[in-house]
Write a protein that binds this ligand. Structure first.
Ligand SMILES: [Fe+2]
Ligand SMILES: [Fe+2]
Length: 279
């Protein structure tokens, strides 16, 4: 475990701040308000929301490593340079997201620090038995078409329940970036699919049952049921951006079956049979 702490005073602190606020261009910088962001929620609800945002900090930070690594796969696949720069921007987006999540933790009265489990920062699979096009397609499919499309749906649902204005702005920023990240996946697959030989398509198809099973398992593991929490406390925590597990699990299933699988089918991949035999 390594502490992940924002607001460090390293030699690059000023450059880091400039990048986070300017190079990744935003319509309006999100500054944490000086006044309290809560409005009468119970301490248990505030604590619950704070822990949720703290866990997100670490998760967003790990996503940056995935996208940074994906730049190389996308380049090796021969994708146009615009794909390279958008993917590199996506890695920066995730670093910004981690920082924004830390700002929310601070706004909820906590320190913007979390223990980052670095054992979870693992290299992307090389898919060494596949062509570079398929290796990139498999990893983009998992990281963008699956993970980011699901994140986008979850954040859109959170927006409806969050009512603290500063946190609403942060969730809106995260959601709008995740739309780009998910879109990247679908645009990349739309570019890659017609360039694949039949045996390369088969290699994507043979990966789908594993990928669909893995994303479902990972997402469900990240959504433990909040059975012991008073429902009134849970509702208050949702106002501060907590993603409650029951609606999140329902939305996960809906997004997979009504958005992701049909869209993969439309691109000519065998997603419906893969979903049925994912195990
Ligand atoms: Fe993110
Ligand atoms: Fe993302």
């Amino acid at each position: 475990m390594t502490p992940l702490r924002f607001g460090d005073d390293s030699a690059f602190a000023a450059e880091h701040r400039r990048l986070m606020r300017e190079a990744v261009r935003r319509s309006a910088p999100l500054e944490r308000p000086a006044e309290p962001v809560t409005s009468g929620q119970r301490p248990e609800a505030i604590g619950l929301a704070r822990e949720n945002w703290r866990a997100r900090m670490a998760h967003e930070h790990r996503s940056a490593a995935v996208f940074a690594e994906l730049v190389r796969f996308v380049m090796a696949a021969g994708a146009p340079p615009s794909f390279h720069s958008v993917m590199a921007r996506m890695a920066l987006d995730e670093l910004l997201h981690a920082e924004l999540c830390g700002e929310v933790v601070a706004a909820l009265g906590g320190a913007p620090e979390v223990e980052q489990d670095t054992s979870l920062i693992v290299p992307l699979p090389l898919h060494a038995d596949c062509t570079p096009l398929v290796a990139a397609a498999r990893n983009v499919l998992f990281a963008c078409c699956l993970s980011e499309t699901i994140s986008m749906a979850l954040l859109a649902a959170e927006l409806e329940r969050t009512n603290a204005p500063y946190i609403v702005d942060v969730v809106r920023q995260l959601a709008s970036d995740e739309v780009t990240h998910a879109r990247f996946g679908w645009e990349f697959l739309a570019w890659a699919a017609p360039r694949m030989e039949p045996h390369e398509r088969d290699q994507v198809d043979s990966y789908l049952p594993r990928a669909l099973a893995a994303i479902e398992r990972e997402m469900l593991a990240a959504m433990p049921m909040n059975r012991r929490v008073d429902p009134a406390v849970l509702r208050e925590a949702e106002q501060l951006g907590l993603s409650a597990s029951k609606p999140a699990r329902e939305l996960l299933s809906l997004t997979l079956t009504t958005v992701i699988v049909p869209r993969l089918d439309d691109l000519g991949f065998a997603a419906t049979p893969a979903w049925e035999r994912r195990g």
